[in-house]
Write a protein that binds this ligand. Sequence first.
Ligand code: ZN
Length: 262
Amino acid sequence: MSKKICRFLNPGGGEASYGLIDGASVYPVPAVQIFSSSPAPVWSSEGIALASVKLLAPVAPSKIVCVGRNYKDHAAELGNPMPDAPLLFLKPPSAVAAHGDAIELPAVSSRVEHEGELGVVIGRRARRVGDNENPLDYVLGYTCVNDVTARDLQRLDVQFTRAKSFDTFCPVGPYIVTGLDPFDLQVETRVNGETRQRGRTAAMAFSVAYLIRYISHIMTLEPGDVISTGTPAGVGPLADGDVCEVEVENVGTLSNTVRASK
Ligand code: ZN
């Protein structure tokens, strides 16, 4: 059965808590149950109105591993060849923003762009996943990621770090959906309601399973880590006042406003 996992703050304040969403309610669940493979998370007795809580990013990752040029049409639109192996880079945990948070445009960039992507959330530690293992067994669930990028700075720098790492440049959410097959999901990005990007994960050069195994042979993937699997064609600029939405089929819609930094 598919579950919707979130992290939230109570209206009364206090610590961030994981929760399971059912209809219009959220049921708090200890993190240890979210990230244990057995038994399945147990519903706590008391639900809280979803509308009354502040949703946080659904995980607090130790790292966000991103994949560049994983869709041929996107590599082509930026004039890049397809890589022979996954092109990896990292976004720092400090870049994470929640559903509903503002993406801040840094003054140092004049071209900040959206990249809507399928996000994979790791459920248990993955280190050197073997050929006889199913990499998808390490997945907790799937979410939406906006790999916000200062395109002008990316072109100036050899490394992607500056262009990809400003605070708020990694909206994640609104929640994690479990029990999905990631092979052929639509990923769509809209700005002010207008569709800018629309692709299907079946077009990825390197599949979710391939990426997990490949990355796990480089670095240990910890529970809560996020892999952002690359963006389809149609990336474009964001401006002060825009509303940017990333929708992944059967997952949900991640919505963020955009504002110039003060
Ligand atoms: Zn990207």
